[in-house]
Design a protein around this ligand. Structure first.
Ligand code: ADP
Ligand code: ZN
Ligand code: ZN
Length: 724
């Protein structure tokens, strides 16, 4: 027998299969990892095919040296998934297969974990001197508990006492397999009876289709997901549920754990290597039936799926923006089709792209238009910050926000203050009239680049001089950059010295479980103000939060990104949704320098459909996705001359394609990437915007041409959201 093997190396030249002979006594199965001789080295590879005959000269083939694991780490469905991803995203096979198993497993760094316990040896006669107090305490302790972890005994009673008992043979060692359990927060299961809307949603989601579940914040989508998962389990099937940046919402996890217990496994980057491996194994073996996690959980080694769910489907984090670049929706759709099960996309603010698909009938739309507890949505009040400046208040907080905060504090309730900070780029804004510099061609905001002190458009590469005077009102108060959380906390603490103020951002949450600690403290403190970035926007369900303040809503509005208005709508709706989730009505203060921007009118009225209509129209007129496709081809190399040469050659080839498909190109150009150098590599890009009609065809042609010209990998990005 022969095996076709993909070598586990990330080199373009190795992106094909190599044939090896399977020794007679070696139980090799498709999907297994094996060790093989490759040139002078011994490398790991994946067996992706078995055959009776070989294509190469048999006398030149080598034998597989050994198998890595006694089971096929890549299941058959995932081999199919690999093929799908190769075609869809132009990725190398090895880099896809690597996504399917925990990284630590590839590097041979994780094993099952064992722990030392001690128990009393019943056969030993006890004869301790009275002054051996600690030793006597240990014995007393173990009489009650039977056994205890060595680490705990050492810690509580001292190493020397433990050792003395061990030496006397009074203690005996017990080795146990340790279960690394990544759950920290405890929650009891709320038994909830579905309301009619929720029940209808659960009942109608049953076919092998994609459903878009559009439910306002607090409408009880999570409960719908739980019922869908229960339904799948009762049919003997498994389920995958994706949530964005899972570590940020320990509450959701705790709720699932409370409902489904050991049947839940979680997969995300916040776990330790050992925890991740254990969770992966539990899914692989069928001990766990539900995979919950961030983006990469879509590759969970589960078979026989009954439902695949993507919560907050509009979230940017579902598009992988570093290599390998893929879209989670597409992979999820593949897995749902493969398993003939429903795919559920849930959101209070679906992406324009998804909603457009629902409109065209490609997705089935299901709506939950009201909150599950029957409350009104919190009222959103728009505060004009330019008006505040005119009235002499040039601070970060409007008078209205301060008054409402004082009110919350008096009532012994809670507030959240949201600092909108996305990415590192900054726009230029006039402090007096709110004017923001935009590209004359693309109508997206320009990004300030410090290194050459210029404003640049990330879509067409056009450059502009930095403003020193506002072209609209003539003012010289032009600023870029945003206020930070630290600054806000400091100012707030000066105004409300008695009140507990907590901060949640990248700085305060770098330690493991720091999120949970801050959230736990917030939950238990009254009154309290939680100041935070995007991290506080999602998922949290605190019933005493009656006020949400959005300090500078515009920050996400002026990203150089055709989706920036959509993002702003989504973000603000999410944040606003944190208020008034309990019995009392909530309120939102939205501070903006552009109070007349259309997005705020729709946000304040919770008018998703109105917003969609407007946005759809703008995209259609401007020919932006979903009415066109943006393809960015990214080249990077340590040697700038090499990459420049290559980009030139490739660009000329694309120009030839353009001549053939002249009507299909809306835009084509070549330029340095906005971030010219990253990880010591020079970056160049070819950008094209294509009509949809022949986009697939052109994209494939471009890929084949460029792939043939380049020794190294080139990266294709479709409708990238981060153009840096
Ligand atoms: P969403 O995910 O849509 O924002 P959640 O799932 O977080 O909303 O639900 C909001 C709150 O409503 C939660 O506290 C949840 O327990 C509660 N809830 C959900 N469904 C019901 C129901 N049928 N009856 C009463 N409360 C419900
Ligand atoms: Zn101005
Ligand atoms: Zn432009």
């Amino acid at each position: 027998m022969f095996a076709k093997v993909i070598i586990d190396q990330d080199a373009k030249a190795l992106d094909k299969t190599f044939e090896y002979i399977i020794p007679d006594d070696m139980p090799v199965i498709k999907g297994m990892r094996v060790f093989v001789q490759f040139g002078a080295r011994i490398l790991q590879g994946f067996v992706i095919e078995l055959s009776e005959t070989c294509e190469y000269d048999e006398s030149k083939l080598k034998k597989i040296i050994s198998i890595v694991d006694p089971y096929p780490a890549i299941k058959l469905e995932m081999l199919e998934c690999m093929n799908f991803m190769v075609n869809k995203f132009h990725l190398k096979q090895a880099s896809i297969l690597r996504l399917f198993i925990p990284a630590e497993m590839r590097e041979g760094r994780v094993r099952e974990l064992f722990e030392r316990y001690f128990s009393l040896n019943q056969n030993i006669e006890l004869n301790l001197p009275k002054n051996a107090k600690k030793q006597i305490e240990i014995i007393q302790y173990l009489k009650d508990k039977d056994e205890e972890r060595s680490s705990i005994l050492n810690n509580d009673f001292g190493v020397s006492a433990v050792k003395a008992l061990l030496d006397k043979g009074v203690l005996q060692e017990v080795i146990k397999e340790k279960k690394r359990s990544p759950f920290a927060m405890n929650e009891s299961d709320k038994k909830v009876v579905l309301n009619d809307m929720q029940q209808r949603a659960v009942d109608s989601i049953c076919e092998n289709k994609t459903y878009l579940l559009h439910g306002v914040t607090g409408s009880g989508k999570t409960e719908v997901y739980m019922h869908l998962i229960s339904k799948a389990l009762s049919q003997g099937k498994n389920a995958i549920m994706l949530v964005p940046e899972i570590s940020l919402t320990p509450q959701i996890l705790a709720n699932f754990k409370a409902r489904f217990g050991e049947e839940v496994a979680i997969l995300h980057s916040g776990l330790s290597a050992g925890e991740r491996f254990d969770e992966w194994r539990r899914l692989y073996s069928g001990d766990a039936k539900i995979a919950i996690g961030a983006r990469s959980a879509i590759f969970a080694p589960l078979e026989n799926l009954g439902v695949v769910i993507i919560d907050e489907e509009h979230e940017q984090s579902y598009i992988s923006e570093s290599n390998p670049r893929f879209s989670t929706h597409d992979v999820a759709s593949f897995r749902a089709k493969f398993n003939k099960c429903p795919l559920v996309l849930g959101s209070a603010t679906p992406s324009v792209e998804s909603y457009e698909k629902a409109k065209q009938g490609l997705y089935e739309l299901i709506e939950l238009p009201t909150r599950a507890n029957g409350r009104e949505m919190p009222q959103i009040q728009i505060v004009d910050m330019i008006g505040e400046i005119r009235c002499g208040n040039s601070g970060v907080f409007s008078n209205q926000l301060l008054a409402d905060l004082a009110n919350i504090i008096n009532k012994n309730k809670q507030a959240m203050l949201f600092i909108n900070r996305r990415g590192f780029s900054s726009f230029m804004r006039c402090r007096d009239c709110g004017y923001v510099a935009k590209c004359s061609d693309c109508d997206v905001s320009l990004v300030y680049h410090q290194e050459d002190n210029r404003l640049k458009c990330h879509y067409c590469g056009k450059q502009f001089k930095v403003l020193d005077r506002c072209p609209s009102c003539g003012s010289e108060h032009i600023k870029h950059g945003a206020v930070g959380t630290e600054q806000v906390v400091k100012k707030l603490q000066e105004i409300f010295p008695e009140v507990k103020i907590l901060r949640m951002d990248n700085d305060t949450t770098s330690k493991k479980n720091a999120h949970q600690k801050i959230l736990q403290e917030f939950k238990n403190t009254h009154p309290c103000i939680l100041v935070g970035t995007q991290m506080i926007a999602k998922g949290h369900d605190f019933e005493d939060v009656l006020l949400v303040g959005i300090v500078d809503a515009d920050q996400s509005l002026y990203q150089s990104d055709y989706r920036s208005t959509e993002r702003t709508f989504q973000l603000i709706t999410q944040v606003a949704g944190r208020a008034g989730r309990g019995q009392e009505q909530g309120k939102v203060i939205l501070q903006t320098y552009a109070p007349r921007h259309y997005v705020y009118k729709f946000v304040a009225n919770y008018d998703y459909k109105g917003f969609f209509k407007k946005e759809e129209n703008i995209r259609q007129v401007a020919c932006f996705p979903p009415f066109s496709r943006i393809v960015r081809i990214l080249f990077a190399d340590k040697n700038e001359e090499n990459v420049r040469q290559l980009v030139k050659v490739c660009y000329n080839e694309i120009v030839k394609i353009k001549e053939e498909y002249a009507d299909e190109f809306l835009y084509l150009d070549v330029m340095k990437s906005p971030i010219k150098r990253m990880q010591n590599k020079y970056r160049y890009q070819i950008l094209m915007r294509l009509k949809l009609s022949k986009a697939d065809e052109i994209e494939s042609k471009a890929f084949e041409t460029i792939d043939g010209l380049s020794k190294n990998s080139v990266f294709f990005e479709i409708n990238p959201s981060n153009m840096s």
